[in-house]
Design a protein around this ligand. Structure first.
Ligand SMILES: [Zn+2]
Length: 301
């Protein structure tokens, strides 16, 4: 399988931003992201709008998006079956749901125990499959939790096994606070591989300590071909102070292209998307955008 990059700017990126974008701004950003050549784009979240005002207009946005045929596969986040019902009103090919391997994180984030979330995940995966949609399960804090620290191998195994048994199309390993190291990626993948194919596993890394690109590369060498990023590295984690956003999509795309793992790098299109994010009041903070802000070049040696 070729390497595939999923951009999560419009969901994971925006949910942490104070700036609330309107439907028109989101549509424009989606156009820009599509031009960057992503394999998939996560466009919104069907959470309770009272919890995340960024997604109060999910229905209006999806109506506008699907007024035209979409050539890039799109994905939306659903926290539970109610969210799944809302998703099914639109021809969104991919649904994504969530469980954390940490009791403390899961409780703060979605006010549920890990077992309660696992039950939700099983229900969402089932409804997605019945409706003929593909489904991804995010398993977050697998590399460490801001409250509990290290995750016990027994806990990882139990959650991996339960999620794998529900037969999702994809599992995304989430590094919510950006602590994953290359070696840790190899170790966690080896545990997951006992229950679920690495080829259907995505790495969803954050870049708090600057380790995300090298951790992604370790994942690639272990057989992972699916990676997430947010353009400009925007976003963060509301429950982990100082945690930075997702690894910047353009930083990942650049690294993979420079290593000849992908055929091209859409420098101009990424710059346009970053410009849009800046003019919408956000602060792109990937490595390439820092270089570009200072007037430097993105060398393609
Ligand atoms: Zn994220």
């Amino acid at each position: 399988m070729n390497l595939q990059l999923t951009d999560v700017t419009l969901r994971d990126g925006l949910q942490m931003e104070k700036q609330v974008l309107g439907v028109e701004q989101k549509l424009q950003l989606l156009q820009r992201l599509k031009a960057c050549g992503f394999s998939r784009i996560e466009i919104t979240s069907f959470v309770n709008p009272k919890r995340v005002p960024q997604f109060a207009d999910s229905e209006a946005f999806c109506q506008a998006v699907f007024a035209q045929a979409q050539d890039v596969p799109l994905m939306a986040f659903v926290p539970n079956e109610k969210g799944m019902e809302r998703l099914l009103a639109f021809p969104i090919p991919w649904a994504a749901c969530f469980v954390s391997v940490s009791e403390a994180f899961n409780s703060k984030n979605v006010n549920a125990t890990v077992d309660e979330s696992l039950a939700q995940v099983q229900a969402v995966v089932k409804s997605a499959r019945q409706a003929g949609r593909k489904v991804r399960v995010y398993i977050s804090t697998v590399f460490g939790c801001p409250y509990q620290g290290a995750i016990q191998p027994e806990t990882l195994k139990r959650v991996f096994q339960t999620v794998a048994e529900s037969k999702p199309d994809e599992i995304a390993l989430g590094d919510t606070i950006g602590v994953a190291t290359p070696n840790q990626v190899r170790e966690v993948l080896a545990v997951l591989a006992k229950y679920f194919p690495v080829a259907q596993t995505a790495l969803h890394l954050h870049n708090t300590y600057g380790l995300a690109v090298s951790a992604a590369r370790a994942g690639y060498d272990a057989g992972v071909r699916l990676f997430d990023g947010a353009t400009g590295g925007i976003g963060g984690c509301p429950y982990a102070k100082g945690a930075s956003g997702n690894v910047a999509s353009e930083d990942l795309a650049y690294a993979f292209w420079r290593d000849k793992l992908t055929p091209s790098f859409a420098a101009k299109q990424f710059q346009q998307a970053l410009e849009d994010l800046s003019s919408a009041g956000m602060n792109p903070q990937g490595r390439l955008s820092e270089v570009w802000k200072k007037g430097g070049q993105w060398y393609g040696i």
